[in-house]
Design a protein around this ligand. Structure first.
Ligand code: MLT
Length: 245
């Protein structure tokens, strides 16, 4: 387990430089909804997920593959991208749809955070859905850990910060030492205030309001479920697979 003073929290994709992650490991968090959709897709049998930073990278990768093997997935500003097979709702990532497929995944903030973390020792994808798998793997780490909240276009998101706080709360047994970093204290404090009613807090978040007109309500409550899946999406050579598989 890393010492608590070795765990930091970054609150958006824009809050760090790639080089800052060298020699550290990272958990990428985008509760609404990229990390929740990735965990669901892996749980439902997706063979691998290739995160990309933009549409042109997605198309470049797609043209190298057989059409029957891949699905183009993701959103821009919450909306499914025209011509893509799937959007970014976890409900779309059913076993019938994703089993044995390679998903080329492109989202507004989440996949950008994943790509930006490429210099980290290890990269995991965390959401409430697979919280325990993240806690279990962090126990094996003695390097510095950064919990990277994807946020929204440079701004903090309460749902991502709450998940970072949930991890810190569990790791510290509810008692964060004074030696913890500032980011860890903020996330922990937020979880102390709102952790008893995750769905209540997250359904009033800025991003839930943004999504309200665009996606089914069920997406929010689904993404607030804790420990639904025992999957550990993690990066190897630019590709996400289930490291618990
Ligand atoms: C993102 O990457 O910003 C999100 O996953 C957006 C969304 O909710 O679809």
């Amino acid at each position: 387990m890393p010492q608590l003073s070795y765990i930091d929290v970054f609150f958006s994709v824009q809050a760090f430089q790639e080089e800052e992650l060298r020699g550290k490991s990272a958990v990428i968090i985008d509760v609404l909804r990229a990390s929740s959709s990735i965990a669901t897709a892996i749980r439902n049998g997706a063979k691998k997920i290739i995160p990309v930073a933009d549409m042109s990278d997605a198309m470049k990768i797609a043209t190298t593959m057989d059409q029957k093997d891949y699905l183009l997935c993701g959103e821009k500003n919450g909306n499914k991208i025209e011509g893509y097979h799937l959007g970014n709702s976890p409900a779309e990532y059913t076993p019938d749809t994703v089993k044995d497929k390679t998903l080329i995944f492109n989202t507004t903030n989440g996949t950008k955070a994943i790509k930006k973390a490429s210099l980290a020792n290890k990269v995991y994808i965390g959401s409430f859905l697979n919280q325990q798998s993240i806690l279990d793997i962090l126990q094996e780490h003695d390097d510095e850990i950064v919990l990277i909240c994807s946020g929204w276009q440079g701004r903090l998101s309460i749902e991502d910060t709450l998940f970072a706080g949930a991890l810190l709360y569990a790791i510290s047994g509810g008692n964060l030492p004074d030696s913890a970093k500032d980011g860890a204290k903020v996330a922990f404090g937020l979880f102390e205030k709102y952790g008893h009613d995750l769905e209540g807090a997250i359904s009033k978040s800025d991003h839930a309001k943004r999504l309200a007109e665009l996606v089914p309500n069920d997406d929010i409550s689904f993404c607030c479920k804790v420990n639904e899946f025992d999957v550990l999406p993690g990066m190897r050579d630019g590709i996400l697979t289930n490291l618990n598989g």
